[in-house]
Ligand binder design. Structure first.
Ligand code: NAD
Ligand code: MG
Length: 392
């Protein structure tokens, strides 16, 4: 069998490490081209050497010397900075894992698509900020995007062999995160440590907090709308505390196809790695008799205003996804730094969206990379200003 050339963007993160786990178990099947990270140089160098990567890239220019010395004596090239990330993403590969966190993941994904590589897309910000652009780039270059979020992988699998015209609705499940059972009046005082503990999934800190606020699910609703080209009113969110059913597809004959599996991202990653085949994966096999029951409840938009904001973003269209995401990333930074309360994050996003709306006529909302980056920058400034106003 031909060895496949693969790159992993965001290799040192939670998704990146799970991807490396799968690739390392079968290292004879892959040639690793680029691994990228940000601050965790020790981890990046260790993995790059172990997988015999062509190049290791840190996003931070000032860490180049440190990376060079960590790679000393190996054959792995060291590189740093945004331009180096873009260059690494342009190196010929067959398959790319896009697992950088935040809108910084957009550019490497586009570069990978431009060379026709298959893009395994974990970076949800790409579809939220620039869905039209990323899908068009894939189409123009005859490249494929495979979803890696557990919900979107589940939907994708539920649609194999089906006609989209027969799909009535798509239901994505949400665990409800750390605060699903908290009294609503206590949410304002939720601490960073409390928001960073997920009941079911082991993920990076930012997405864990986004799960507690439901911004993660809000992003996933928008991703579903973009990727599967379904209307907002066809997408439902269902709270399912066990996180075993990841999504359901509802058809015009009343059938609901559910995807059931353990909460382990190596399933969705492995599915995208081996697609269109299925291969044995090292994930737990569920014993349903032992589990006994699954529970469900309707999502509460008072507890989780992010869900309502996602609907607004889809109704507005244009570049409002980029505004939403940039405001959310900025508000999340505020919460992590202790300048914003947990419940203020959604208020900042709401206000940033309204504020950008008032600039409506002055912003070109054609979906080009430049316009997305411009709006991303503006929305961060506005959100930051709103946060300062509250503090002052
Ligand atoms: P993480 O925080 O664990 O890792 C993020 C990675 O991005 C790291 O390698 C880090 O070095 C790199 N990075 C951070 N800032 C960067 C920057 N400015 N430029 C370049 N690289 C940078 O995140 P994660 O939980 O692995 O999530 C990665 C992406 O996958 C996110 O978009 C997240 O929403 C999505 N996702 C994650 C999970 C999960 O289970 N963790 C599930 C579904 C989707
Ligand atoms: Mg998910």
């Amino acid at each position: 069998m031909n060895r496949r050339r693969v790159s992993i963007f965001g290799a040192t993160g939670s998704i990146g490490e799970n991807t490396i786990d799968l690739i390392a178990r079968n290292s004879d099947s892959y040639d690793v081209v680029a691994l990228t990270g940000a601050s965790n140089i020790t981890q990046l160098a260790k993995d790059a050497i172990r997988l015999n990567a062509q190049v290791a890239v840190t996003a931070h220019d000032h860490l180049l010397t440190e990376l060079r010395s960590a790679l000393a004596g190996s054959n792995v090239e060291a590189a740093a900075g945004k331009a180096a990330l873009a260059e690494a993403a342009s190196r010929p590969v067959d398959w790319v894992m896009s697992a950088i966190i935040g809108s910084a993941g957009l550019l490497p994904g586009l570069k990978a698509l431009e060379q026709g590589a298959t893009l395994a897309l974990a970076n949800k910000e790409s579809l939220v900020c620039a869905g039209g652009l990323i899908l068009q780039t894939a189409e123009n270059n005859n490249a494929r995007i495979l979803p890696v979020d557990s919900e979107h992988s589940a939907i994708f699998q539920g649609l194999v062999g089906e006609d989209m015209a027969a799909v009535e609705r798509i239901i994505i499940t949400a665990s409800g995160g750390a605060f699903r059972d908290w009294p609503i009046e206590d949410l304002a005082n939720a601490t960073l440590a409390q928001a960073s503990a997920h009941p079911n999934w082991d993920m990076g800190q930012r997405i864990t907090i986004d799960s507690a606020s439901m911004f993660n699910k809000a992003m996933e609703v928008i991703e579903t709308h973009e990727y599967f080209d379904v209307r907002s009113d066809q997408i439902e969110v269902l709270v399912h505390p066990e996180s075993m059913i990841h999504a359901l597809v509802g058809f015009n004959d009343g059938a609901l196809l559910a995807h059931v599996g353990p909460p382990d991202m190596r399933h969705a990653i492995g599915y995208a790695l081996h697609w269109p085949e299925r291969k044995t994966l090292p994930v737990e096999r569920l014993d349903l008799a032992k589990i006994g029951s699954f529970t469900f409840r309707a999502p509460d938009e008072v507890r989780w205003p992010a869900l309502r904001l996602a609907r607004e973003v889809m109704a507005r269209g244009g570049l409002s996804g980029a505004v939403f995401n940039a405001a959310k990333e900025t508000a999340l930074n505020g919460f992590i730094l202790g300048t914003l309360k947990f419940t203020e994050m959604s208020e900042i996003v709401d206000q940033t969206l309204s504020n950008m709306d008032s600039k409506g006529g002055h912003i070109d909302d054609t979906m080009t990379l430049d316009n997305v980056l411009h709006v991303d920058h503006l929305a961060r400034e506005i959100a930051q200003h709103l946060i300062k106003q509250r503090a002052g």
